[in-house]
Design a binder for this molecule. Structure first.
Ligand code: FAD
Length: 561
């Protein structure tokens, strides 16, 4: 056992970036945190050149994000690091909430079987960032450490950045700029852009402890435990025998005093028992806010991650929602940069993700209000709920120790084509796709691994498609489905048993779970976004409707549509 040592990434002279007049890059990302790195990887996967500028030379210091949700793992699958993250991380689905010593509430994040990824993994943020950096470099992203962006000047067609390095300052231009420079976002401040919300008056102590313990891989949350009366405590198992413990301290606590080992160690001993040996890896105090920028898009400058929105840690919605920002943004940006869609498509990034940020802020605020009641009335309500929850099941549903990150259903997205026929279930236009076990080429596989590769069309069949349907598909091999559209739609046939259809991938839904989760019948077709969200669905395929839906998905809609 030993404490983590941050790697140092090499500084590279910016000589090749300096020019008079300034060099122009198609895409620059500011910030090599989880969000900026994910954006760089996605950019490379979309075929874009990308330059990443970061003012630091290492990964996140200390203990920050722990929990990565199922949807993030699905995105990381697409980006290529999910296996590694899951191998090192601690998978879990069960969360338990205790009042004093009694369990009052329990949840299971993924109650039904048939999903590739668990509800959550716990993994230290520094490990995730290391994996993202290695992947970004492997894909050819140009990452420059110790390159601090000190000014951004937006123009109609590009942005000019001033960059400070150990060798001096230079200017560089970007056709498009993704700002992922974190919660304090110097770029946001430099541009004078607003971010509004609430600051919460409470303090939490984080202690990352290296110890051997056989507690199950579950999230445990206590209200008013005997070892830390009148406050709450959260316990998470991370990788390499590191345990993360968060102690609520209250607003009046002195952060400097509380960080001292002579204060921290007795708290831990009271919780863990005097005999258990442990080593402190990290101690810090955090406070938090829930707020977001009014607009995530400012012309050629796009904000993502903590720079655009912040939440309290309860619910693990920070990095998780940042990954979803990237997932939403990069395919749109690629289509715009590659001239296949108008800039209007990027307005839908802002709309989609502002909606999601509001949902995350609402959930995070509710949890925080419960854990840290603001007024005498809310505290009375909270305490009454907890007292009732001990004996009455109905009150347990009201106990809120953090509603954990789930992806937003983008049902209001302008890109969706509303249903014209009846469907049951959750897979409405705008929904993030549900996973299911399938077979491909005789091998066990997962539905979500087959999608997220440009626009795709799932066509459910129970027999080889008729010549009529094949004509509707109007494909030949993997040629564009819509001959007059600028982008390809790749058909995928979903069948209960193997079929051989030259030039088309067949997904075998042997367990029938895809059909069940998508309420599909033979003939049902789903048009899918490149980020694994449903765009449109029909009970039968019709190329005119398909083309209209595709045009809409490319941003060809009227604002009132
Ligand atoms: C206590 C705590 C617990 C948390 N738990 C969770 C959790 O369990 N799950 C979860 O999803 N999230 C969690 N979060 C939130 C998560 O840590 C953040 O949401 C995440 O780090 C945001 O990533 P980011 O890339 O947007 O920003 P950051 O990680 O802050 O990265 C920003 C990067 O930009 C660089 N930078 C800044 N200014 C400049 C500049 N001028 N020029 C160039 N580079 C610059 C910085 O060096 C940094 O590398 C937690 C946060 C805290 C504090």
């Amino acid at each position: 056992m030993g404490a983590y040592v941050n790697p140092i990434y090499p500084y590279k002279s910016p000589a090749d970036l300096i020019a008079t007049p300034p060099q122009r890059k198609p895409l620059i990302v500011i910030g090599a945190g989880p969000v900026g790195l994910a954006a760089a990887i996605d950019a490379r996967l979309q075929g874009l050149d990308v330059l990443v500028l970061d003012d630091d030379k290492t990964v996140s210091i200390g203990s920050r994000a722990v929990c990565y949700a199922k949807r993030s793992l699905e995105i990381l699958d697409r980006l290529g690091i999910a296996n590694e993250a899951c191998d090192l991380g601690v998978s879990w689905n069960i969360g338990r909430t205790f009042l004093e010593e009694d369990e009052v509430y329990q949840f299971n994040l993924v109650p039904d079987a048939g999903h590739k990824r668990p509800g959550m993994i716990n993994l230290q943020q520094y490990h995730v960032e290391e994996m993202l950096i290695a992947r970004a470099l492997e894909l050819g992203a140009d990452i420059r450490w110790q390159h601090k962006v000190t000014a951004v000047t937006p123009h109609d067609t590009h942005a000019t950045l001033t960059v400070e390095t150990p060798e001096g300052t230079f200017d560089i231009e970007a056709d498009w700029l993704v700002v992922a420079d974190g919660a304090r976002s110097p770029v946001r401040r430099h541009l004078g852009l607003d971010i509004e919300g609430r600051v919460f008056q409470d303090r939490f102590l984080i202690a990352d402890v290296i110890m051997k313990a056989d507690y199950p891989a579950e999230r445990w949350f206590w209200f008013d435990p005997p070892f830390h009366p009148n406050q709450s405590v959260l316990l998470h198992k991370q990788s390499n025998n590191v345990w993360r413990i968060d102690f609520q301290l209250g607003w009046d606590a002195d952060p400097e005093e509380e960080k001292k080992p002579e204060k921290v160690i007795p708290r831990l001993q009271a919780m863990l028992g005097d005999e258990r040996p442990f080593e402190l890896e990290w101690v810090s105090i955090y406070t938090f806010q829930c707020r977001r920028m009014t607009d995530f898009r400012h012309g050629r400058v796009l904000f993502a991650g903590d720079a655009a929105h912040q939440v309290s840690p309860f619910g693990a919605r920070g990095a998780n929602s940042g990954f979803q920002d990237v997932d939403d943004l990069l395919w749109k940006l690629a289509l715009v940069i590659q001239g296949q869609a108008s800039e209007k498509l990027l307005d839908t990034y802002a709309m989609d993700r502002q909606f999601a940020a509001d949902e995350n802020i609402m959930n995070s605020t509710r949890s925080t209000d419960f854990i840290t009641p603001k007024s005498r009335t809310s505290k009375t309500f909270r305490n009454q709920v907890l007292a009732l929850a001990k004996h009455h099941p109905f009150a347990r549903k009201l106990v809120n120790s953090g509603r954990l990150s789930v992806p937003s259903f983008l049902t209001g997205s302008m890109l969706n084509t509303p249903d014209a026929e009846a469907f049951a279930g959750n897979m409405v236009p705008g929904a993030p796709m549900d996973d299911a076990p399938v077979q491909v080429d005789g091998q066990d596989a997962w539905l979500l691994d087959q999608v997220g590769k440009g626009f795709q069309l799932l066509l459910f069949v129970d027999a080889p498609p008729t010549p009529d349907v094949l004509a509707q598909l109007a494909f030949s091999g993997n040629a564009p489905l819509c001959a007059n559209a600028a982008v390809q739609v790749t058909p995928l046939i979903v069948s209960p048993s193997p079929l051989n259809i030259p030039g088309i991938q067949v997904i075998v839904d042997a367990q029938g779970l895809v059909a069940k989760r998508y309420d599909a019948q033979p003939g049902t077709a789903y048009l899918l976004r490149p980020d694994q969200h449903v765009l449109a669905r029909w009970r039968s395929l019709d190329s005119a409707r398909l083309q209209a839906a595709l045009a809409r998905a490319l941003g060809q809609f009227s604002p009132q549509a």
